[in-house]
Design a protein around this ligand. Structure first.
Ligand code: SF4
Length: 453
């Protein structure tokens, strides 16, 4: 447990210990075999028998609430019935027809807040049909055979540029390719996948699943991916509009919000998204330095992923601090329980006042918060010892000619569509981005083929 080293009632009342605490950010905290165990699959896939038993719990509801709660509107009772009747490949096709990234969504969707929350068996018995695990059983089965269940329509001669190879861009590109259009994806990073490749905890998607899923998706044909190309730096929106029949922007949120607290530039303070990306890409997890006393500021999935993975890398104490109460936290209760189960302490209702240290972080001063008539009011202060601090207080749209329009992007203007986090203002769910990319593709197709003006 992180040390609550001193309570103070006035700014600056904490004396920083006179020791080089950043020396505590070191690699190799654990025994060699602990890394493989800690970062292995969080939830193994069902075997055939387990899947049939789980599927048999479904009532195959008419007007199924689970289906309504799914952002991609997967026909959940149908695919579960297909599993129950021994045709899991048909179940996979049912899923992929609505959500081509159904494999990743089976791993990362907060099902406890979506389909499983409203499942009638959850409502009646407090135990939902395990829809996410059944989805994974079906999709992993078909993908494991290397089978791509769709084919392209006859070529239309239309060309569409997709900017961003994250979930929105990939879903859009795949649907457009199915319709017979030619698609070029421009991606600023070295690999396709977006948050699936760079922004999700390693233990949720081990064994390079994100990259394997992209390769499987591209089997549809008609899609080329150009990596290392950034909108605004290497290519302009105007140039894309001139060269292509339509443009889809799925550029995500590349910027990170600042704490706006003194000391956030000290050594040892970094963005949680950078830490998560590094962890996803590093070949040897033991080589990644982590602090002894880690403080994570924020209350979303990124904060949970950074906190849990710090613990898995061997940090002695990890504390998440969120400025509002438990119920307001955007990480689900399941995720919060997962974090505390991994040994993370969560402090609710506290906001950072300043990061303390000389040259390197040595602690963070917080103030307890109270919801007042004019927003959050700061109360009593306390300080947490820290040699590493992760900022996870949200991301923002930057680095593109559309940035000035902020989160209120026009979804269709001048043959330019947008979807995913850059358009939604950062809902931060893979499944929502997939739905928006897919729906934009349907609309682009309708316009290009003259059915809609
Ligand atoms: Fe099955 Fe639950 Fe959906 Fe009903 S709500 S169809 S029981 S998964």
């Amino acid at each position: 447990m992180a040390a609550l080293i001193k309570r103070t009632t006035a700014k600056g009342g904490f004396a920083v210990p006179n020791s080089p605490l950043t020396a505590g950010i070191v690699p190799n905290r654990l025994a060699a075999d602990a890394y493989a165990a800690n970062f292995s699959d969080l939830q193994p896939v069902y075997d055939q028998h387990e899947a049939r038993v789980a599927a048999d719990r479904c009532y195959f509801c008419h007007d199924a609430p689970c289906m309504t709660a799914c952002p991609t509107s997967i026909d959940i009772p149908l695919f579960i019935r297909q599993i129950a009747t021994g045709t899991p490949d048909a179940a996979a096709k049912t899923i992929f027809s609505q959500n081509i990234l159904g494999g990743m969504c089976a791993r990362v969707c907060p099902t406890e807040q979506l389909c499983e929350e409203v499942c009638v068996r959850e409502v009646a018995e407090g135990k939902p049909v395990e829809i996410g695990r059944l989805q994974r059983f079906a999709t992993d089965g078909l993908m494991g055979k290397g089978v791509h269940p769709f084919t392209r329509a006859v070529a239309t001669g239309k060309r569409v540029a997709v900017v961003g190879a994250g979930p929105a861009g990939l879903a859009c590109a795949h649907r457009l390719a199915m319709k017979g259009h030619e698609v070029v994806i421009f991606e600023r990073r070295a690999k396709a996948g977006g948050l699936n490749e760079y922004g999700i905890a390693t233990y949720k998607t081990p064994e390079d699943f994100a990259a394997r899923e992209v390769a499987w998706l591209l089997q549809i044909g008609g899609i080329s991916v150009k990596t290392g190309v950034e909108l605004g730096r290497d290519v302009t929106l105007a140039a894309l509009q001139a060269e292509y029949d339509a443009v889809f922007l799925g550029i995500g949120l590349a910027g990170v919000n600042a704490l706006r607290a003194a000391g956030e530039d000290l050594a040892g303070v970094r963005n949680a998204v950078d830490f998560i990306a590094e962890l996803r890409q590093v070949a040897d997890k033991s080589s990644l330095p982590v602090g002894r006393d880690v403080v994570v500021i924020g209350g979303g999935m990124t904060a949970v992923d950074a906190a849990v993975q710090s613990k898995l890398l061997g940090a002695q104490s990890v504390t998440m601090v969120y400025r509002r109460g438990k119920a307001r936290m955007s990480a689900s209760e399941y995720e919060q329980d997962h974090a505390t189960g991994a040994g993370v302490r969560i402090i609710y209702g506290a906001a950072p006042v300043q990061v303390l240290g000389e040259g390197a972080v040595e602690g963070v001063e917080f103030a307890y918060t109270v919801e007042g008539p004019n927003g959050l009011e700061m109360g009593e202060r306390f300080t947490l010892k820290a040699d590493q601090v992760f900022k996870a207080i949200g991301q923002t749209l930057v680095g593109a000619p559309i940035a000035q329009e902020g989160a209120k992007l026009v979804k269709r203007a001048g043959m330019v569509w947008a979807g995913g986090d850059c358009a939604a203002g950062g809902e931060d769910l893979t499944v929502t981005a997939v739905a928006e990319g897919r729906d934009a593709a349907e609309e682009i197709n309708a316009v290009l083929m003259g059915a809609m003006r």
